[in-house]
Design a protein around this ligand. Structure first.
Ligand code: ZN
Length: 97
């Protein structure tokens, strides 16, 4: 399959192609350079942010499950401690960005 950057017209192989949503909400295939131009961040940074957002999401979900478990099994005091820890993780993760 031959791909072409929708913005600069450069020919791309599949590794160099990115799917990007433009301002009209349409999907287009663009190259890494144009991605950087369009979004203001290079793709590595973007991928890293997306990855860390995902990790924070799972860590938070995990904590919520633990909190519910602690609440049911150990009582409200442990439940409250779990909520505090969950909030702390969330805040820390937010600051790390
Ligand atoms: Zn391009």
């Amino acid at each position: 399959m031959k791909l072409k950057c929708a913005l600069c017209g450069k020919k791309l192989d599949e590794k160099g192609a990115l799917i990007h949503k433009n301002q009209q909400g349409q999907r287009e295939v663009i190259c890494y350079d144009c991605f950087e131009k369009e979004t203001g961040v290079d793709y590595q940074t973007f991928a890293y942010r997306r990855e860390s957002a995902k990790q924070v999401f799972f860590a938070t979900i995990f904590c919520i499950i633990l909190t519910i478990y602690a609440f049911v099994e150990q009582g409200p005091l442990y439940g409250v401690a779990g909520i505090v820890i969950t909030v702390l993780i969330f805040l820390f993760a937010g600051k790390a960005k």
